[in-house]
Every structure is written in C-alpha cells, then in structure tokens.
Design a binder for this molecule. Structure first.
Ligand code: NI
Length: 169
C-alpha cells in the first residue's frame, strides 16, 4: 500500500468535479487501500479521491466507530435535521470551523465490488460523508459558511500556511 500526497488548498484539483467510477477492477481496490493508508497516516476521518488528485467519485470514511467505509459513486438522497458541526479537512491543515450540516442522511453508493447499497447515517458519520461528497463536487466546507466567515477562515489558513497564496477569494 502507498501513502498518497494529499493536495492542500488552493490546489485547483480541489475545485474539480469528479467523474463516476465505472471500472470496478483491481485498480479500484488498490486505490481504496491507498486512500485508507493515507487517511490513517494523516489521522483523518475521511478522504476523497480528488484530494489525492484522482477525479473519481470515490471516498473513504472511518470515524473509529463501526466499520470503515469505502463509498463509490455516493449520492445523498435524503437529509434532515439541520445541525452545526465543527469540521476540519486534510486539505486545509490547521483550521476548523462550525459548518451547517444535517444530522441524518440517506446515502446511496456502490461497494468496491459494484453492489448498490443504501446507508442511513447519523451525527459524525452523516457529517463526514456529506463533507466527503462535497469534495467530489469540488466543494470545500468553507463554501457552506457565510462569506465573511469563509474569508476569515482562509485568512487564518494563509497566515498558518504562508507558502500558499489565495487564488479563490
Ligand atoms: Ni475534507
């Protein structure tokens, strides 16, 4: 297994829309293994393929309760009960923010073998899956904040990561 390089903001890959996975061959399994390896190396809760520069609709989630999940072509089909959750992101090291999310989601996805599944997720798992699904559409959690709040977060981020320059706001 390989630890992959996680892209950080403002890498343009993070703004791309990922394409559906159509090939469920051995390369997909290898990529999933590598995503988990990278997730654990970085001590994250979730990682989406675009964060390692692979524009495929695929993410891995492990909230350290229950089974680790590899979600292929995930789609949130229902959500309710608005909440706020403090989130971070491996692509935005050093900063966190309270993000509006939903406490309950229903997600349809495929397993690494191509079987279709439906999962009802709550609390941290729901938030984590929603965060990773956003990455598949080129969205980051600060996009869900008000513009002043997003600007403050990114200013803070660029203060902490001076090698980066702000190309987005
Ligand atoms: Ni993230």
């Amino acid at each position: 297994m390989t630890i992959l390089n996680v892209l950080t903001w403002p890498d343009p890959f993070l703004r791309q829309t990922a394409k559906p996975v159509t090939d469920f061959g051995p390369e997909l399994k290898t990529l999933i293994d590598d995503l988990f390896e990278t997730l654990y190396a970085q001590k994250g809760a979730g990682l989406a393929a675009p964060q390692v520069g692979i524009l495929q609709r695929l993410c891995v989630v492990d909230i350290r309760q229950g089974e680790p999940l590899a979600l292929v072509n995930p789609r949130i089909v229902a959500q309710d009960e608005e909440i706020e959750w403090t989130e971070g992101c491996l692509s935005l090291p050093g900063v966190r923010a309270k993000v509006p999310r939903f406490n309950n989601i229903t997600v349809e996805y495929q397993t690494p073998f191509g079987d279709t599944q439906t999962l009802l997720a709550h609390e941290l798992l729901a938030v984590c899956i929603a965060h990773e699904c956003d990455h598949l559409d080129g969205r980051l959690y600060f996009d869900r904040l008000g513009s002043l709040e997003a600007r403050a977060l990114l200013n803070n981020y660029f203060d902490l990561n001076p090698a980066k320059t702000n190309e987005d706001l």
